[in-house]
Design a protein around this ligand. Structure first.
Ligand code: ADP
Length: 482
């Protein structure tokens, strides 16, 4: 079975968040199940620079304002197709914006072109390659499914995965004329969305199946509170909606072999964690002591509940705990965290930025990772935490609810607890969870049991890959019988 996965980022070539980790890990996870997964990506400099065995397989004299080509190749063990379109993707900065973080004003054109090309590949533009199914991730890839639907590739099964419903790719109606879609597509059951054009909406409408990245989030997005205006559409398509929890790449994230750690360790012996803790204290300018060391590795945003964290920093320090924060995002939150670090020298350390290597060290050295998200489709940092014995303290929402077992009395005595959950996502509940974690940390055997139980949890792709494979097979069979 050949599946074409389409996404705007993939680890380790381009990453701004969990999407990249998932898109990078899926092909490896699917291979043992007999699924050959190719990945189609925009040709950012970071992707083209690493592409090996390059071969141009399709050329456009003009695609959305300039010449473009589809290039086949490989990088980091992935089979890739890449849209080389210098006028759209050969730019400094991130995948979606310039170095200051401002979105490119022509993002609609960049990702429309990408999706047009994705649809062409689905339709057989690349000689000798025709996927049995197309799997699009998030709004940047979503329009592929609409181009397929309106461009004569409607019989190829289509899956749309929502990694975060907050990012929808909504644009004004004026762009419609330049998308190259037939006039009939500008309708409520096509790409039209509240009078404009909705890229994710169009993908949700055209998909044969919609998936999201945890069972709880799949339920939540059917409500007005979490549906971000799309709950009506998602409810209409509820029969085709499934939640499949993300796994992690357990080879890249393995404390027994991780070269990014100061000391390796395993569930059999957690001793190596101490050297990592010392290294984290050093990097964050924290006092060295035996009390609990909390961490946050996150985008610093409202979604992630970082304002709630900021409001609790003084009481957190008052419990005797320390905190190491690695993240970047809202300037006001960055400033508030840096101010707290200055106020609580040695107790709070903040590194503003994005540092993959440091994130491994932190998971291997901190005692507990705080994830107070207001909503969280799946969340990966709590999964890395489980794997590394860094106990998760999480809001009970989305994938956080599905992957962490709260250390209530029953779960502790049954030996199944792996972390702490709190609800609702507010300061009182979060503060209570922090106090529970501090108390558990003081009872060493309880804490060690939590760590070891977390390290035993299956956070691999195995089960979820099988669920995707089942879904693909069902849709392909339905396509044949249609
Ligand atoms: P989201 O995709 O919403 O940002 P996830 O938890 O799904 O959240 O994924 C975040 C990914 O990005 C994880 O792999 C996490 O380790 C990583 N990450 C987030 N912020 C940083 C940072 N400042 N430095 C290094 N890695 C980070």
């Amino acid at each position: 079975m050949k599946v074409l996965s389409i996404a705007s980022e993939v680890f380790p070539l381009v990453k701004t968040g969990g999407l990249a980790d998932v898109v990078g890990a899926l092909p490896l996870a699917m291979a043992p199940l007999g699924i050959e997964m190719g990945t189609f990506l925009p040709g950012y400099p970071a992707v083209l620079d690493k592409l090996r065995k390059r071969k141009v397989v399709y050329a456009y004299p003009d695609l959305q304002g300039g010449p473009a080509s589809i290039v086949a190749g490989s990088a980091s063990g992935l089979n890739l197709l890449v849209l080389e379109a210098p006028h759209l993707f050969n730019r400094p900065g991130g995948p979606y914006g310039d170095a200051t973080g401002a979105d490119w004003p022509d993002n609609w054109r960049r990702f429309a072109a990408f999706c047009q090309a994705g649809s062409n590949i689905a339709g057989g533009a690349v000689p000798g390659y025709r996927p049995d199914l197309v799997h699009a991730h998030d709004w940047q890839a979503a329009m592929t499914l609409a181009y397929m639907r309106y461009g004569g590739v409607e019989r190829t099964p289509k899956v749309m995965t929502v990694h975060n419903l907050a990012f929808q790719g909504q644009f004004g109606a004026s762009i419609f004329g330049e998308l190259g879609l037939p006039a009939e597509a500008m309708s409520v059951d096509g790409v039209e969305y509240y009078g404009g054009v909705g890229f994710l909406k169009a993908g949700l409408q055209a998909a044969w199946a919609i998936t999201t990245v945890s069972p709880t989030y799949a339920q939540e997005i059917r409500t007005a509170e979490f549906g971000m205006g799309l709950d009506g559409l998602i409810n209409m398509r509820a029969a085709d909606l499934v939640g499949i929890v993300n796994g992690i790449d357990t080879e890249i994230w393995d404390p027994a072999t991780d070269e990014l750690l100061a000391a390796k360790f395993s569930a059999k012996s957690l001793k190596g964690r101490l050297a990592n803790k010392r290294a984290v204290e050093e990097r964050f300018g924290l006092d060295r002591d035996e009390g609990p060391l909390f961490t946050v590795v996150s985008r610093l945003t409202w979604q992630k509940g970082m304002d709630i964290l900021v409001s609790l920093l003084d009481p957190l320090v008052a419990t005797g705990a320390r905190l190491a924060v690695l993240g970047s995002g809202d300037r006001a939150l960055e400033g508030a965290l840096l101010a707290a670090a200055a106020r609580h020298r040695g107790r709070i350390g903040v590194v503003i930025g994005y540092d993959e290597g440091l994130s491994h060290l932190i998971q291997g050295g901190a005692d507990a990772i705080l994830v107070p998200s207001r909503f969280e489709p799946c969340g990966l940092t709590q999964l890395y935490g489980l794997r590394y014995g860094c106990v998760p303290v999480v809001a009970r929402t989305g994938g956080l609810a599905d992957t962490v077992i709260d250390a209530n009395e029953a779960a502790v005595s049954a030996g199944v607890a792996t972390g702490f959950q709190f609800a609702p996502s507010n300061g009182d509940a979060f503060a209570h969870a922090i106090r529970r974690a501090v108390a558990a940390y003081a009872a060493k055997p309880v804490w060690t049991a939590l760590q070891k139980q977390g390290m035993k949890a299956d956070v691999s792709w195995q089960k979820s890959a099988a669920r995707y494979a089942d879904l693909y097979r069902t849709l392909i069979a339905a396509g044949h019988s249609a």
